[in-house]
Design a protein around this ligand. Structure first.
Ligand SMILES: NC(=O)c1ccc[n+]([C@@H]2O[C@H](COP(=O)([O-])OP(=O)(O)OC[C@H]3O[C@@H](n4cnc5c(N)ncnc54)[C@H](OP(=O)(O)O)[C@@H]3O)[C@@H](O)[C@H]2O)c1
Length: 404
């Protein structure tokens, strides 16, 4: 067989043998800090990890995250006690606020530098998040990033349940669990946008002083609130908002006045400790009475359910959600609603932040802020922790002399 290299012209041979100069190594991929759920279980399954920075694809907005909301739902995700749990490992988080840092192709309506709120089906707890533009909302100018992260899930849920499902009118009565929590505060404030609404609610006893004057009739979550409500209002309530489920579902339906509405929006009774309890999970469902539509027909009662994640990520109701966000921004600008921030935590302290919810100690919303430094390990007890982390928002307020 002929050797083909021998047939090549001399110049070509020289080129082939030339040694190309050494190429510089590609720049290392830029990394971002994220909070990752490494598997379902206790607090130790949640870890801060570096991951390559995300880039926005078509129709997406890249957000430089300033604050993230921590919800009760995140505890349930961590334990794996939610519908359609995600595959792990997964970056956690559903809501954040921040500044637009980039735009994917064909992404209209936003500019770099816009201050925005974003919803994502996981991945919000990161320094950078790419969010489809239809789930991004421009924040009012006077809204802080912490308020921006605290508002969406809690106030959307509260607004939709009270006004769109519940049809709340002036003079009516509402019951809600955990009035000191994120949704609880939102319900309390939104009820006050109508005249003469009577609010019944529960909260752990140690929160009662802080909640004084916000709820008409407040009970500890361990007392028989049905009996107490009947003493004040023998007919019951017009709207019962149930985030506990289990036995509380039966109590709620029984407490409805004629034409009253019971709305299930959570099942916190399945969370009884740091890890999943199969017993409480099953109990929460088997305790709920089976209700026939014929009984509802006889009693003039309505039973409803509400699940914001489904509406946002599965049922495509973005336009509807945007219309409610506009109303919430209007209320915010009018000073009618203002999220109460319990505390802000560095990503590295997410375990302690979650523990605060487990311990029922939060009064208002718990925020994660990627700009905060973690607390030194031998730190003060949780009660003193709330004030020692200063976020960008708070620093700005101090600078401008607007902070407390
Ligand atoms: N369906 C939806 O679209 C939707 C949207 C947002 C939230 N939610 C639901 O609304 C509820 C409130 O959510 P959130 O994010 O605003 O949280 P949150 O109320 O701030 O959650 C923490 C508080 O929940 C109370 N709690 C009730 N059961 C608990 C338990 N088993 N373990 C520890 N704490 C318990 C505690 O307050 P007290 O001790 O004072 O009661 C605790 O301080 C949750 O059930 C959540 O899943 C539903």
């Amino acid at each position: 067989m002929a050797d083909s290299s021998q047939e090549k012209p001399a110049e070509e041979k020289v080129e082939e043998n030339a040694v190309s100069p050494p190429q510089p190594p590609p720049p290392p991929a830029k990394e971002m800090k994220t909070i990752v759920l490494t598997g379902f279980g206790g607090l130790k399954m949640v870890k801060v990890q570096k991951k390559p920075e995300v880039t926005p694809t078509e129709g997406e907005v890249l957000i430089r995250v300033k604050a993230c909301g921590l919800n009760f739902l995140d505890l349930m995700v961590r334990q794996g006690v939610m519908d359609n749990p995600p595959k792990t490992p997964v970056v956690m988080g559903f809501e954040c606020s921040g500044e637009v840092e980039g735009l994917g192709e064909n992404t209209a309506g936003f500019n770099v530098g816009d201050r925005v709120i974003g919803f994502v089906n996981f991945c919000a707890w990161a320094e950078l998040v790419a969010v489809p533009a239809h789930l991004v909302f421009k924040m009012p100018d006077n809204m802080s990033f912490q308020d921006g992260a605290a508002l969406p899930m809690n106030y959307l849920a509260a607004y939709i349940m009270l006004f769109d499902i519940g049809g709340l009118r002036k003079g009516q009565s509402v019951f809600v669990h955990s009035t000191g929590g994120g949704v609880g505060h939102a319900v309390t404030q939104l009820c006050k946008t109508l005249e003469n609404v009577t609010l019944f609610g529960t909260a752990s006893y140690h929160k009662h002083e802080a909640l004084k004057g916000t709820v008409n009739h407040l009970f500890d979550h361990v007392v028989d609130y049905s009996q107490e409500i009947r003493k004040v209002s023998p007919e019951g309530v017009d709207i019962f908002l149930d985030s506990v489920c289990g036995e509380d579902a039966n109590k709620g339906i029984a407490l409805l006045r004629p034409m009253g509405k019971y709305i299930l929006y959570g099942s916190s009774s399945v969370v009884t400790g740091e890890t999943k309890s199969f017993f409480s999970f099953a109990k929460s469902w088997w305790q709920v009475d089976k209700i026939s539509p014929i009984k509802l027909f006889d009693e003039n009662k309505v039973i409803a359910g509400f699940q914001l994640r489904q509406l946002l990520f599965k049922q495509g109701q973005h336009e509807y959600i945007r219309s409610i966000m506009d109303k919430l921004f209007m209320f915010y600008n009018q000073g009618k609603i203002r999220p109460m921030i319990d505390s802000a935590w560095a990503f590295e302290d997410v375990g302690e932040a979650m523990q605060k919810l487990h311990d029922r100690k939060n009064i208002g919303k718990v925020i994660l802020d990627p700009s905060l430094q973690p607390k030194p390990k031998a730190a003060a007890p949780p009660e003193t922790v709330r004030t020692d982390s200063i976020s960008e928002d708070q620093a700005k307020e101090k600078e401008q002399g607007t902070g407390e």
